[in-house]
Structure formats: C-alpha cells, structure tokens
Write a protein that binds this ligand. Structure first.
Ligand SMILES: Cc1cc2nc3c(=O)[nH]c(=O)nc-3n(C[C@H](O)[C@H](O)[C@H](O)COP(=O)(O)OP(=O)(O)OC[C@H]3O[C@@H](n4cnc5c(N)ncnc54)[C@H](O)[C@@H]3O)c2cc1C
Length: 451
C-alpha cells in the first residue's frame, strides 16, 4: 500500500517549489524534512529574472510586494549590466528564509503535506514503489511512494542511498564567511588585494557580513576558528577586526560536481542534491528552483498516467546545470586567482563592454537564455499559466478541445499560434514543427475522447 504518490526529501527551495507544482498537477505529495523548524540563517538573497518570471507565472509574487532591485550583477567580480528583455531585469533581493516561507505556504495551501523532524535514513527501490525509512520523534517510520525526489541539498542522503554517480572536481580553494558585530570597516565588493579577495557589507542592524579568500588557501576540512578569521582578514586587508563579536562563521569551497543522471528509475534528484557548486553570482538557488519547475509538471503527468516525460527532465536540466557549473568555474578563476589572472581580467572587461558579450553573459546569469529543444524558448508570464496547465496561444481550439482538462486557451502573444508547456517554455509553434495534435499528444498524452 502506498502512503502517497510522491515523497520529496527536503523542504528547501527546490523541495517546496516541487511540492507545490506536484499539487497543481494533481499529484499527492509528502515532503520529509529533518529539521523541526525552518533555518533562520541567511543564505541566498537574490532571485534572477527567469526565476522572477516563473514565480510570477504562478502568482507567487503578489504577496511579496515590491522587492528591491539591483540592475547590476557581476561576472567573476567584473560589473555586468543585467538589462534584458523581461519584466524583471536585474537581481531581486529576497532572503532565502522568505522564499522558503512563501513556497511552504503556497505548497501546503495547495494540499502538500510537510512532515518536519523526519530524517530520511534508508531507501529501497522496488519494482512498483520506493520505500523510504527514516527517524522521527515517534521512532523509525517506513513510507512507500510511487516516486521519490531527493531535494536534500549538497550532502544528499537520497543521492548516496540510491547510488547516483556524482562525478566532478574536489575543492581546490577555501573561502571563509562570517557575520560579525562591533566593527567599523568600509563596505567593499570583490576588493582585490595582493594576498586575497575581500567582501564586506554592513546590514542596517549593524552586523557586517564578511567573505574572504586568501589566494592559495586550500580546504582544511575543519571549520575556521575566530582567531583564523581575524588573522586571515588582517593578512588580506591589513584591518584589525579582533574587537568584533562573531555571530556566525563557516568555511566553504569550490567543489564542483554534478550527478551523471538526474533520474534513476523511480528516484530523481533536484537542486543542490543534483549539483554542487559555489553560489557565485547568486546562481545556485535559481538553478535549484528551475530544476523543480522543470520536473514538477512532468512528474505530475506521470502520476496521473497521462504521459511519460521523466527522461526529458534529465535531458533538459543536465545540460543547463553543466553550463552553469562551467560559468561558475570560469568566474572562480577570475575571482579567486592571484595577480597572475589580472591580464585575463583586463581582456575580459574589454570584451564585456561589447553588447553581444554583455547580452550573452546576462542571459546566462539571469536564466533567460535557457532553451529546451529546437523551439523551447521561454514566454513571459501570462495569467493562463497560473493553473499549472499548458496553454494554447491562438491556434485551433477545436483540435485541442479533447485536452481541455490539461491545456488552457489564450490569445496569441504576437508570434503566431503556439503550445506552451506548464513551465512556460514553448513546445510547438504553428507551421514549424509537425501538427498541433502531435504536439499535444507528445507533451500532454492521449486525448480524452479515445481513452
Ligand atoms: C551559508 C550559505 C550561503 C549561501 N549563499 C548563497 C547565495 O548567496 N546565492 C545562492 O544562489 N545560493 C547561496 N547558497 C546556496 C543556496 O542556499 C542553495 O543553492 C539552495 O538552498 C539549494 O536549495 P535546495 O532546495 O536544493 O537545497 P537546500 O536548501 O540545501 O535544502 C535541502 C533540505 O533538505 C533537508 N535534508 C537534508 N538531508 C535530509 C534527510 N536525510 N532527511 C530529510 N531532510 C533532509 C535539509 O535540512 C534542507 O532543509 C548558500 C548556501 C549557504 C549554506
């Protein structure tokens, strides 16, 4: 007997968005989260343009009000104008804690069950279901589902238990970040010194967020001490922060790995569980959320028995992830290498002053340049996408009528008739690639008249 159709492990951004998408598609879902309460520490703080569009297309921005906007981003620490053809150009400030709270309210409002204080420790794939075992206050619990998605972050237990290959490169550099009170130092962004790189930002409450890398510093395998923080900052900047009180301190590194397959039978991975990277340019959370948006409607269609699109999740998201990891690796070289990289930075800055280069990088960082297949570019958010169904823009509604339970109808947007997937990407454009009926069958399954 099944407890649910889908178990999502992890109530981070990817798991919560996925849970909401599954509910929109009519699939039962339980989210298992080991933490009893959401974390309060600050992590990601910006959403990029494509994520804003995806949130808008589900009506998720309405309750957030106007978010602070930063028109400029960076590539490897070099200023990058993120102007683009979108309603949401630039970066939008939204603390990850708020993003998660928003998504949890939305997903549970749609009927997702979030079970906190449940740590997944075992996974067995059977021919007709997946068994998940875990520990919660009541003791050991076993749950069964048709599918399991590991959204359990960079140390993913699901990835390990299901035996996913996770190739890539081990860390070569260690970075330190800390929140500290009681110091008065100037703000600075990607300030390069002969011995390292320094960031400082003072929040309105007086806490200063520091991030630093001393050129050549390799991962130690242990968390830094307060004294190491003070000494490292002094060696890089010459400033004395020994009088400050450390609120939060940790080390992170440039490990770069990506699973070879995003799907193994009935088990899938999304977000940091599928790829590990530095959060350079604020891309990590956006990549995680967009994995979830790509998978949600496909897995819901699978659960409903409409159509099997699950392999396209890997086919579409693995290349996107690989591309982002490559640009992060390039930025890591530009940011965290010593003075020998300066000539490359100079040439890169000259190239970025050219509009085609700027545009290419802006599309890459913002996620606006993502395409799936030959016709699969994005469309801007439209109200018809709020239900989580596909949308036929213009086109012959009589042909699509037998799919009306899975496809909404709306007017053309100015590029002819088109069939839009629930995640806001074009599946078919009239007159270019086969018939509308074939596209409806491919992406939404059989028509209801013949089943
Ligand atoms: C200090 C810090 C700063 C960061 N800064 C940025 C930034 O500036 N920009 C950016 O884009 N990204 C940043 N990131 C990365 C960003 O937070 C992640 O990319 C994002 O959270 C990924 O979302 P996710 O849902 O895939 O995974 P996570 O947010 O990691 O969520 C995974 C969830 O799974 C749960 N879990 C794990 N194991 C189990 C288990 N066995 N059983 C049940 N539950 C489990 C965890 O408790 C967690 O809630 C930062 C991360 C950290 C730690």
């Amino acid at each position: 007997m099944r407890d649910t159709s889908v178990i999502v492990v992890g109530a981070g951004p990817a798991g919560l968005l996925l849970a909401g998408e599954l509910r929109l598609g009519g699939a039962d879902v339980i989210v298992l989260e080991r933490l009893a309460e959401p974390v309060t520490e600050s992590r990601a703080s910006v959403l990029h343009a494509r994520t804003m569009e995806l949130f808008d297309q589900r009506g998720l921005l309405d309750e957030l009000g106007t978010l602070p906007n930063l028109p400029m981003g960076h590539f490897g620490g070099l200023p990058l104008d993120l102007t683009a053809d979108t309603r949401y150009p630039g970066q939008w400030k939204l603390l990850q804690t708020r993003t998660e709270a928003l998504l949890e309210r939305w997903a549970t409002g749609l009927g997702a069950r979030v079970r906190r204080g449940f740590e997944v420790t075992g996974l067995t794939e059977k021919s007709d279901c997946v068994e998940i075992s875990g520990v919660e206050v009541s003791g050991t619990v076993v749950l069964r589902a048709d599918y399991v998605v590991g959204c359990d972050g960079e140390q993913s237990t699901v990835r390990r238990l299901a035996g996913f290959d996770f190739p890539g490169e081990d860390a070569g550099r260690e970075l330190i970040r800390a929140d500290i009170t009681g110091i008065e130092i100037p703000n600075r962004k990607f300030e390069r010194h002969p011995r390292g790189l320094a960031n400082a930002y003072r929040y309105p409450d007086g806490t200063t967020r520091l991030m630093m890398h001393e050129f050549g510093a390799r991962p130690q395998g242990t968390e830094p001490t307060r004294q190491q923080l003070v000494d490292t900052w002094h060696r890089i900047t010459g400033e004395d922060i020994s009088g400050g009180a450390v609120v939060w301190l940790n080390a992170f590194d440039d490990t770069r790995r990506q699973v070879a397959q995003y799907r193994k039978g009935r088990v899938m991975l999304a977000g940091d569980a599928a790829h590990r990277q530095l959060p350079t340019g604020g891309q990590a959370i956006n990549l995680a959320l967009q994995d979830a948006m790509n998978l949600g409607w496909k897995l819901a269609a699978q659960v409903r028995g409409d159509v099997d699109l699950l392999d396209t999740y890997h086919e579409e998201r693995h290349p996107v992830g690989a591309h982002v990891l490559a640009n992060i690796a390039a930025q890591t070289q530009l940011l965290f290498s010593d003075q020998n990289i300066e000539p490359v930075r100079t040439v890169m800055a000259e190239l970025m002053a050219m509009e085609p280069v700027r545009n290419h990088l802006a599309e890459m960082i913002s996620g606006l340049g993502i395409r799936y297949g030959d016709v699969g570019s994005r469309i801007p958010p439209i109200p018809a996408l709020r239900t989580g169904k596909g949308v036929l823009l213009g086109g012959d509604r009589a042909v699509a009528a037998p799919w009306a339970d899975r496809v909404e109808f709306a007017d053309e947007l100015g590029f002819g008739s088109a069939l839009i997937r629930p995640d806001g990407y074009i599946a078919w454009v009239g007159g270019t690639c086969g018939t509308l009926e074939a596209a409806l069958r491919q992406w939404f399954g059989a028509d209801r008249r013949t089943t």
